[in-house]
Write a protein that binds this ligand. Structure first.
Ligand SMILES: [Zn+2]
Length: 63
């Protein structure tokens, strides 16, 4: 759905990093991008690596 504003496990604010991660992971190694964004904990890293952005699909069903 939409990336959470904070990591659900540790509470670190991560929502503002999603757009940059999405753009850069096309060309770069995701590990390098996560390191440079300062996401050190594995809870935050797994959140970014496993997130699927469904905003476009869900918005078709808006009332
Ligand atoms: Zn975390």
């Amino acid at each position: 759905m939409i990336i959470p504003v904070r990591c659900m496990s540790c509470g670190k604010p991560v929502g503002h990093l999603w757009e940059e991660f999405k753009e850069r992971r096309r060309d770069e190694d995701p590990k390098e991008v996560l390191d440079e964004l300062g996401l050190d904990r594995y809870c935050c890293r797994s959140l970014f690596l496993t997130h699927t952005d469904l905003t476009g699909k869900v918005s078709k069903f808006k009332k």
